[in-house]
Structures are given as structure tokens and as C-alpha cells.
Design a binder for this molecule. Sequence first.
Ligand code: PEP
Length: 249
Amino acid sequence: MRQPIIAGNWKMNNTIAGTKALLTDLIPLVKDAKAEVVVCVPYTNIAAAGELLKGTNIKLGAENVHWAEKGAFTGEISADMLVELGVEYVIIGHSERRQYFGETDQTVNARVKAALAKGLKPIICVGETLEEREGGLVEKVLVRQTTEAFKDIDKDQLDNIVIAYEPVWAIGTGKTATAQDANDTIAIIRGTMAKLYCPKCAEERVRIQYGGSMNPKNASELMAMPQIDGGLIGGASLKAVDFSQVVKY
Ligand code: PEP
């Protein structure tokens, strides 16, 4: 019903030469994958990646997009610019953007709207910090982040959006949420989507990934959980064999 989707988030890694080498190795390894496969690469690598991925089952993604159509926003990249390069998915609201670059729930929402307006598919990241988890605020934070991200987003768009639940304390730390915990927390997000839209929409049309130190060792246990529809993979997406093993969980 909900096709699994595994996306790599390369972050600020790989030059064009590294991109070509990694994708050349990856393409044959995942060609028979049942999951939808995406690689989100740095802006400077998008054109080269797009050339290599033509005719393959790997979709092209970016790591951010600006909310304005164009204008005086030095250093930013618009949705049109990404579309022109064949980008299909775009990560929005990653915790590193929230932590280091002033991303807020409101700017996440603005970026989601800008992306959808141009036909890009947002991968919206939500997740609590360790402090919030220890303070018993998981539900409150996730309901707020989800509700704000989807403000004024029409129900018709739900098939074009993926949510990534990424507990901040599990990103790049080697600490993974237990599969049960990830499942139960994703159920909170799905419940929020049911309230915002409708229970059937949340059940059938909203794909929610887990992200946070997902790797070849823990992927199958996480993917076996009924609420988990895929993964957003950082570190393990930088090695073709590791990423392919996650993709084929
Ligand atoms: C991420 O940055 O989205 C992520 C999940 O990173 P890692 O897999 O390295 O924890």
C-alpha cells in the first residue's frame, strides 16, 4: 500500500569525482530494489549525478531549497533551479539546518510550499532533541513540527510528500532508536496527520521514514515495523555496498 522509500542524505560530502565513483558502484547494486531509491546530493553534484542516474531506478534529490521563487538571496537555490536539473525530491527541515542555520517550523513550511508549487517532492524532517526526549516532550514537539510543516498544504499533495522521523540524538551518533520506539513515535506522527487530514489519508498516503544511524545491521529490524515506511540514511549512504544493503534490507 505504502511503497517503502530509502533515501541517502550525503550532506556536505563528495566532490563530482566522488559522486561519479559512488554512483557508478551503486547503480548495479540496487537495480532490482523493491523500495523506491533516492540520493540527495550537494548542489554542486546534482548535474553530474543526474547524468549518471538517467535510465536507472535511482531518483535524484537535493538537500534544501529556498522558499522564494527568485531574487536577492545570495547563496540560495530556488525550486526552479532544482527542477531544471531533474531533481525530484528535496530534504526540508533537516535537524542540522534547524540546529546550525536557523531553520524554524515556519521556514520549513515556506520551503515545503515553494517545493510543491514547482512539482518537487519534499522529504520533511521532524524529530526531538535528547533534552526534549528526556523532558517528556516528544509528542508535543512532533505534533508541533508536523502541524506547522503542513500548514496550508492541501490534502491532494499528500502522495507527493514524505516525512522523515529523525530523533536528533540518533543522527550520526551511532545510537539508533529501538525499532519499537521508532515505530511507536512514528505512530504519533501518523496520528497527527490523521487529525490534520483524515485517518484513511494518513494510513494509505503518508509515507514516514525513520532516520538516525540506520545501517545494514539494523535496517531489516526497523523496516519490519508496520509504521516505518523507509529510511533517511546519512553516514551509511556514503558507501555503495552499505547503502545497497540498507536499500535491500
Ligand atoms: C541524517 O542525517 O539524515 C541521518 C540519518 O544521518 P545518519 O544516518 O548518519 O545518522
